[in-house]
Design a protein around this ligand. Structure first.
Ligand code: SF4
Ligand code: SF4
Length: 341
């Protein structure tokens, strides 16, 4: 039976029951004396992202992030900013030099966590982030973002245990894959072998051969040719059997020497990279179309993925996540132009 103010009366009864009950039952005391007391937040609560590292002794070297920028690209409000680290020669390192997250923009959606192929970024549950300033104070930089795997296990034990198990299984799989390659060496090391003729001493690596500035080549061709001749001289392979100089006539096409890939720079745009690989074999052109981050999101490094596509061992052209649709489309175009698709 209803009467006017019934709901209000029922509400007051609940309040009164809790008020009186709180003198007898601690469970009914729901007020938390913050900041002296803090509630334990549930494991699946989330606030802002942090970066995981594995070794307390060297957080920077052991961080899982390889600066592939997938999270930067995928973040809906674009609040992540990453710059890849480089060594003194300008060679890209597989870690960020700058990793900033603007937490005044972050909408805590966790998409960065979902897309990271390396379990390098996770959601924190620290809600005490208030600041007096509104600008740089609300941008978190690499040193603040780095937190240990131990911390991750502490705040999210269930999730972190599953991630640890997955990473361990991946590492074991990788080690197993690498094992057959080591076998022949071990067999070769067995004693029993009859006295074989002494192998010729291996030539010491020769000095880098430099092509003179007035030689009739473009700077890229000069750089390529220097690397090529240095490699040939060091390996003792007759030049006639090896790769051609980009842009020079009549030599059979083979890949550029390992490491001598002027397009292998994530700072260059797609068109520039393709221009640098213009006169090279299809595998190099395919490599130039990759994002050049060597992030292994595709299951290879950039060189490996390009070679696998060129040889037909890999048919999926959409595996370069940081390169997104631009890379996938270009790989398709290059394969079509080469008559391989
Ligand atoms: S996706 Fe992961 S590995 Fe790549 S930049 Fe972001 S946090 Fe680092
Ligand atoms: S949680 Fe969402 S908004 Fe925040 S950094 Fe990650 S992707 Fe961007």
């Amino acid at each position: 039976m209803g009467f006017i103010g019934k709901g209000l009366f029922e509400g007051m009864v609940v309040t009164a029951r809790n008020f009186v009950g709180s003198y007898f039952d601690k469970e009914r005391l729901v007020t938390v004396q913050y900041p002296e007391e803090r509630v334990q937040v549930p494991e699946n609560s989330r606030t802002f992202p942090f970066l995981v590292f594995d070794k307390d002794s060297d957080p920077v070297a052991s961080m899982r992030c390889v600066a592939c920028k997938i999270c930067e690209v995928e973040c809906p409000p674009q609040c992540i900013y990453i710059v890849m680290d480089r060594d003194e020669k300008g060679k890209p390192q597989q870690r960020p030099k700058v990793f900033d997250i603007d937490i005044s923009v972050c909408m805590q959606c966790q998409i960065c966590v979902e897309v990271c192929p390396f379990d390098a970024i996770k959601m924190d549950n620290n809600y005490e982030k208030s600041q007096y300033g509104r600008f740089d104070e609300l941008v978190e930089h690499l040193p603040e973002l780095l937190k240990s795997n131990e911390f991750y296990n502490k705040i999210k034990p269930t999730e972190a245990t599953a991630v640890d198990a997955k990473l361990k299984a991946d590492a074991e799989k990788k080690a197993k894959k690498a094992a057959p390659a080591a076998k022949p060496a071990a067999t070769a090391a067995k004693p029993a072998a009859p006295a074989a003729p002494k192998p010729a001493p291996v030539a010491a690596p020769t000095a880098k051969i430099a092509i003179p500035d007035d030689a009739p080549f473009t700077p890229e061709q000069r750089q390529w040719l220097s690397g090529y001749l240095s490699t040939v001289a060091a390996s003792g392979v007759a030049p006639a059997a090896a790769a051609p100089v980009a842009g020079t006539p009549a030599a059979p096409a083979t890949e550029a020497p390992a490491g001598n890939w002027p397009w292998h720079d994530p700072g260059l745009g797609m068109q520039r990279r393709l221009d640098l690989a213009k006169e090279t074999p299809i595998a190099d052109k395919l490599m130039a179309a990759m994002a050049q981050t060597d992030c292994h999101a595709c299951g290879y490094d950039c060189r490996g993925y390009a070679d696998a596509i060129a040889t037909g061992a890999e048919t999926d052209l959409s595996l370069c996540l940081p390169g997104e649709a631009e890379t996938a489309n270009m790989l398709k175009k290059l394969m079509q132009e080469a008559g391989k698709l």
